[in-house]
Design a protein around this ligand. Sequence first.
Ligand code: EPU
Length: 324
Amino acid sequence: MVKIPNTFGMDVRTKVWAEYHSVDELRTLLSRYRGEQMMAVGAGSNLLFTGDYDGVLLHSAMRDTQVVSQTDTTIDIEAQAGLVMDDLVAQTVAQGLWGLENLSYIPGEVGASAVQNVGAYGVEAKDVIIAVKTIAIADGNERVFSNAECHYGYRDSIFKNQLKGQYIVTSVIYRLSKTPKPVLDYGHLRAVTGDTPTPQQVREAVTTIRRQKLPEVNEIGSAGSFFKNPVVPTEQFQALLAQYPTMPHFAVEGGVKIPAAWLIEQCGWKGKRLGGAQVYDKQPLVLVNADQATPQDVMTLAEQICQSVKTRFNITINPEVNYI
Ligand code: EPU
């Protein structure tokens, strides 16, 4: 059994870890291991392996970018799935391009970010993705999904639902802007950047905020936010607000979003520990591997948190992290 790289720093193993350096090599691997349990993984920054994996994990070692088309105002860049997302952001920001700067310093790779629709500071991957190139696990054929065909939602896509486990993302095409398109309305971002920043200044501001709040995955294991922020119906929100006037909230489609971090903090979980797993003290939405946590420690802690938020607020919070 081979150790599975994962940002949680969990000691979990797989029968086979196979890296591919070309789409042809990926097709060869798919044929060789046909009949086995198989899945593609990135850096493991949104995964919780609940135990060892009795199958074949495929990982892209393809990390190139190329310009596929451009106009006076936009540029379409194709990035291969194995490229570290933040390296892509750094490259595009250095060229003065707009679109990815708010996604600075998010752990993970390009392929997984398109499956998960990662987001931060008012931008989601779906806002800049125009197409996702994939290979079907069943027959090795290429299928290109348009943005609409990906059925993107909050930390969600067709690749996590109807088509789960069926396609492997090989590259993602982003449409970036050559003209200023700053998105600065999340939190205190604008206060830091002013109204007319460069993409580089937005990147620096976002990176600084993330470093203050979120654990560095190479120092403390985590998978970023462990839970999604719940959306509650307006009537339930009104009743809650009457009871908790300081409750933070954001109007969204279909109701009101309440930060899970606040709910978890109210339930007294900040900094709490169970076995080797811990609720991060600066951002309780994040569960960390404080000391040789096992998957069971993390799962039990997560269940207890969900249960107490449900009991206290009658709100169901769901993991953002994918359990494997
Ligand atoms: N809050 C608390 N206590 C805390 C921290 C936050 O009550 O200790 C409340 C505050 O009211 C704060 C609010 O939560 O205003 C929002 O906090 P923050 O801006 O840190 O964002 P978040 O909603 O907790 C989401 C994403 C993060 C992303 C940030 C910034 C999800 C699940 N998480 O967190 O994404 O970086 O917004 O855009 O939507 C990730 O997905 O891995 C991730 C880190």
